[in-house]
Structure formats: structure tokens, C-alpha cells
Design a protein around this ligand. Structure first.
Ligand SMILES: Cc1cc2nc3c(=O)[nH]c(=O)nc-3n(C[C@H](O)[C@H](O)[C@H](O)COP(=O)(O)OP(=O)(O)OC[C@H]3O[C@@H](n4cnc5c(N)ncnc54)[C@H](O)[C@@H]3O)c2cc1C
Ligand code: SF4
Length: 319
């Protein structure tokens, strides 16, 4: 591991200012992703800003009936929170489908959103990877691409985003609250938060240098049946090959997003409008434009079948 300096953040605004002014600075929260990447020298921050002491670890009701989740709320605490379990079940289920109990005890809301891809070539510093070393090439496209993206990729990168939590937040229309180095705050809709790779796969979100996530805000609950179905190689402790987050309302309308298939949670408005027309119409629109490789063509069929299975499970769609 490379040598780095370390500081504890005193306030969110001060942390953001320090991150912008210090070359090579990174925030550290639970450390469950960043420290692994540092040990492999995939990430080599010169300075760590430890945000764990900040007062960002509460879940609280918002004035409009929604929920504000502090950036430092641990995945275990969020999944177990009574309001989340009652009103945002898809989020609780997605969190419990991720990682292991020990990891969830450390992992934070912000860190989970910003975890890096699990593309095997990203983790192998002997291999070309445009995301790790811009312009070096992509070993995955003509290599082993079984776990990688079928949607939203580009000629430079076909990595998937690995977070389960983010897929649930996408159907919940979450907002990502931040503070920037100049003290300005903003809320980024999760629909706009993740970048597609295009020609710059190293740029994964719209966050600006130094920008700190302070919380995630959920709108008031919408009701309905909440499902998170994750298909993976092992029953636990494995990333999604395909996942489906769904909220289906009693009248048969609803929301759907896929995980494990794209560089961002994959939600298509037209697919949701097709819910009353049935599963085939939903799948056709949700997977329109899919560009699988020979290795991961199975994901198209797996996604179709997982969506079908989820919709069969929801009372409004059974008939
Ligand atoms: C073996 C293993 C299996 C896993 N399986 C799954 C799985 O199945 N599903 C799943 O979803 N996840 C899985 N994970 C990933 C796990 O969920 C993430 O490692 C965790 O959520 C990251 O949170 P953290 O707080 O530890 O982040 P850290 O490692 O501390 O940070 C991650 C990134 O976020 C940045 N960051 C942290 N806080 C902030 C902030 N407030 N503002 C701005 N930037 C910030 C850091 O600079 C860093 O770039 C697995 C991890 C491991 C090691
Ligand atoms: S798919 Fe993306 S992360 Fe994987 S090797 Fe190619 S550029 Fe790197």
C-alpha cells in the first residue's frame, strides 16, 4: 500500500473544502471498498479524510413525509430501520441481499453508492482497463465478460455498477444530498447521479471534485408491493448477475429497475408504462438496445425471466 496522510473531518463543509484543496485526497467511510482497492494499489490516495466522526448517521422524517438517510448510516441499521421496513421495503430487501452481515455493519449509505465496479480486469493491474488507466484499453470486451454489462456500455467499457442498494433507490426516486467545497449544497436525483461510460469510463458520477454526500432523501412512500429479487452465482456473498427492484401498485401500475446489467441501475419509463400490457411488453422495452457479448447473452434471458417471476409474485399482476 502507498503511504498516505490522514485527517479526521471536523464538519461536512470543511471536509469538502479539504478534499478539493489537498492533492490526491479521498474520503473514507466504512473503508470496505476503498481499503481493498488501496491494498491492491488500484486506488492510491495521497491523503485520507475520515468522515466517520461527522453527525451524518441518523435516519429522520422529512417535513413532506419522506425520509432523510444520513450518509454514514450503516447498511445494517438502514435495512433494520422500522420505517424503512414498513414503507420502503424494496430498500431493506436490497440491502440485505448485499455483501455479508459483517460488511453491512461497516458499509455506509454514501460508500455503497460510490463503490467501484467488480469487473475482474479492473482489479488486475496487469490488464488493460480504461476505467483504471484511461486510454489503456479494455481487456473485458474481447475477454471474459460473463458478469459484465449488456446495457449502457460503450466501446471503452462494459463494467456494471455493483450496488444492490442503488437499484432500490432508483425505483424510490431518491435524491443524493451533497455539500461542495465552496459550501454550496444541492440534491442530485439518482436518475442523474451515475454517468454512462461513453469515452470517459473513469468518470462514474456527476459529483464534482471534493463534493461530499451528506444524505440520501426519499420522497413520501408510494405503497404497493415491494420486491427485490437478486440472481447470483451463490446464495449469499456474491454480486448480482441480474437483479430486479419493483414496486407494483394495486392498480397494476408501478416501477421497475434492473441491477447487474448496466453501469447504473437500469430503469426505462416506457417499460413501466407497458406494465398493464404484460410482461412481454415490459421486457421488450426494458431490454431494448441490449448489446450482450457471447459470454453474457444469458443475461438477456435471465433478466426477462426474473422480471416475469417478480411480476407473477405481485398480487396486482397475478390475474
Ligand atoms: C466481499 C464483498 C462482497 C460484497 N458484496 C456486495 C453485494 O453483494 N452487493 C453490494 O451492493 N455491495 C457489495 N459489497 C460492497 C459493499 O457494499 C461496499 O464495499 C460498501 O457499501 C462501501 O461502503 P463503505 O462505507 O465501506 O465505503 P468506503 O470503502 O469507505 O468508500 C467507498 C467510496 O465512497 C467514497 N465515499 C465514502 N463516503 C463518502 C461521502 N460521504 N461522500 C463522498 N464520497 C464518499 C470513498 O471516497 C470511496 O471512493 C461487497 C463488498 C465486499 C468486500
Ligand atoms: S469493462 Fe471497464 S472496468 Fe472492465 S476492463 Fe473494460 S474498461 Fe476496465
Amino acid at each position: 500500500m502507498k503511504v498516505f496522510s490522514y485527517q479526521k473531518a471536523a464538519s461536512p463543509a470543511e471536509a469538502a473544502a479539504a478534499a478539493l484543496r489537498t492533492p490526491g485526497a479521498r474520503f473514507i467511510a466504512g473503508g470496505t471498498n476503498l481499503l481493498d482497492l488501496m491494498k491492491l494499489e488500484i486506488e492510491t490516495p495521497a491523503h485520507l479524510i475520515d468522515v466517520n466522526g461527522l453527525a451524518l448517521d441518523q435516519v429522520e422524517a422529512t417535513k413532506d413525509g419522506g425520509l432523510r438517510i444520513g450518509a454514514l448510516v450503516r447498511n445494517t441499521a438502514l435495512a433494520a430501520h422500522a420505517t424503512v421496513r414498513r414503507d420502503y421495503g424494496v430498500l431493506s430487501r436490497a440491502l440485505l441481499a448485499g455483501a455479508s452481515a459483517q460488511l453491512r455493519n461497516k458499509a455506509t449509505t454514501a460508500g455503497n453508492l460510490l463503490q467501484r465496479t467488480r469487473c475482474p480486469y479492473f482489479y488486475d493491474t496487469n490488464q488493460a482497463c480504461n476505467k483504471r488507466v484511461p486510454g489503456s484499453g479494455c481487456s473485458a470486451i474481447a475477454g471474459f465478460s460473463r458478469p459484465l454489462a449488456i446495457l449502457g456500455g460503450s466501446d471503452t467499457c462494459i463494467a456494471t455498477h455493483p450496488s444492490d442498494m442503488a437499484v432500490a433507490l432508483r425505483v424510490l426516486d431518491a435524491g443524493i444530498d451533497t455539500v461542495r467545497a465552496d459550501g454550496a449544497v444541492r440534491t442530485i436525483p439518482i436518475a442523474d447521479f451515475y454517468c454512462l461510460p461513453g469515452n470517459t469510463p473513469q468518470r462514474e458520477t456527476v459529483l464534482q471534485p471534493g463534493e461530499l454526500i451528506t444524505s440520501v432523501t426519499l420522497p413520501p412512500p408510494v405503497g404497493g408491493t415491494h420486491v427485490y429479487r437478486k440472481v447470483r452465482d451463490r446464495a449469499s456473498y456474491a454480486f448480482a448477475l441480474v437483479s430486479v427492484a419493483a414496486i407494483i401498485l394495486p392498480d397494476g401500475t408501478g416501477r421497475l429497475a434492473l441491477g447487474g446489467v448496466a453501469p447504473q441501475p437500469w430503469r426505462v419509463a416506457g417499460a413501466e408504462q407497458a406494465l398493464p400490457a404484460g410482461t412481454a411488453a415490459v421486457n421488450e422495452r426494458l431490454l431494448a438496445g441490449a448489446k450482450p457479448t457471447a459470454d453474457n447473452a444469458y443475461k438477456v434471458i435471465l433478466a426477462q425471466r426474473t422480471v416475469a417471476s417478480v411480476l407473477r409474485q405481485t398480487p396486482a399482476m397475478k390475474g
